[in-house]
Design a protein around this ligand. Structure first.
Ligand code: SAM
Length: 308
């Protein structure tokens, strides 16, 4: 019997009461209320989930009286290597948040999967990928694989989180390739996490939200792709930085006063200097123009004022 459920979707969602469906014992599970809201909001007849975990999606779909197709590594389906059987209208995807929670051989026994399905799930498990960079590659392969399978007009709702390691934010949302039309980013507040009971020291700001990204496939064959790639930049070669910024950055490495030649060495071979014929004059002029930042303790010698 289908439940009568009207959507309460807004750009911030919160489900303090998890609701019935799936299992709250399955770590990293999500609330079936989120799935029910998606089903109601988009008036879905069918929903697919290729990393279904405790089958929250399947249970929410059943309670709403619609069809679901749900799979997981624990039950014979590896999204990295298996063909997607459907041409979905709507995919809910909730991948592991890298290695924050390990799934194979923690939430289910690798031996059982090996016996039943003939493979060791640990080798394909996204939560067991050793580096962030490899995880991002696998995540983006999975995004594209699922998006390509969608029918025209189909949607993907991707639930992802941020990870903080050694003072660095590893954001799945930022790193993820976004194919098609980006329809919405919904903030979902987190409740009942194991980390709720931890106390943190220092400058760490606890993460208490996730993101639900809504992607739509408006056209087949060709669609926009928003991709992130990381590069290392040197401000001496970049637009946007002023001579003041470049000199101040270049002089951060000198704790004592240095002669002009040493400063020229730091900037002379870079684009900013190459594009300016009288760049040495510019360097000297800049040092004189910002007495709050640069100081000259002796003739021809310069240092950052904060080190004087
Ligand atoms: C965050 S959990 C999903 C939780 C689910 N939404 C729930 O409420 O229970 C991520 C799931 O991805 C599965 N998984 C990891 N790598 C996979 C792969 N290569 N193919 C299919 N499933 C995979 C894990 O087994 C795990 O169940």
């Amino acid at each position: 019997m289908a439940a009568n459920h009207s959507s309460t979707l807004t750009t911030v969602v919160s489900y303090p009461e998890r609701g019935e469906g799936g299992s709250n014992k399955y770590r990293g599970n999500c609330s079936p209320k989120l799935i029910s809201d998606l089903i109601a909001h988009f008036n879905l007849k069918e929903i697919c989930d290729y990393m279904c975990g405790s089958n929250t999606t399947g249970d929410a779909a059943a309670s709403m009286g619609i069809t679901s197709h749900t799979y997981d590594l624990h039950s014979g389906f590896d999204l990295l290597h298996c063909d997607i059987p459907e041409r979905p209208q709507f995919i809910f995807w909730h991948p592991p948040y890298w290695d924050i929670i390990k799934y194979s051989d923690v939430m289910y026994r690798a031996d059982d999967v090996q016996q039943r399905y003939g493979y060791d799930p640990r080798q394909f498990d996204l939560s067991r990928i050793p580096t962030w960079e490899e995880f991002v590659k696998a995540m983006n392969y999975c995004v594209m694989k699922q998006f390509c399978a969608l029918e025209k007009g189909g949607r993907m709702a991707v639930l992802v989180g941020d990870i903080k390691k050694k003072g660095r934010l590893l954001s799945m949302l930022f790193a993820m390739t976004k194919p098609g039309t980006i329809e919405n980013v919904i903030i979902k507040t987190q409740h009942n996490c194991v980390s709720d009971h931890r106390t943190y020291s220092g400058s760490f700001i606890p993460i208490v939200h996730e993101y639900l990204l809504l992607l739509r496939k408006d056209s087949p064959l060709q669609y926009p792709l928003l991709m992130t790639y990381q590069m290392h930049g040197d401000i001496r070669n970049m637009p946007g930085a002023t001579w003041r910024d470049i000199l101040a950055d270049a002089m951060e490495s000198f704790q004592n006063a240095v002669c002009l030649e040493q400063i020229y060495d730091q900037v002379g071979s870079y684009q900013r200097a190459q594009h300016q014929q009288y760049w040495r004059d510019k360097v000297r002029q800049t040092l004189y123009c910002y007495p709050a930042i640069f100081t000259s303790p002796r003739r021809g010698m310069w240092m950052l004022k904060k080190y004087a």
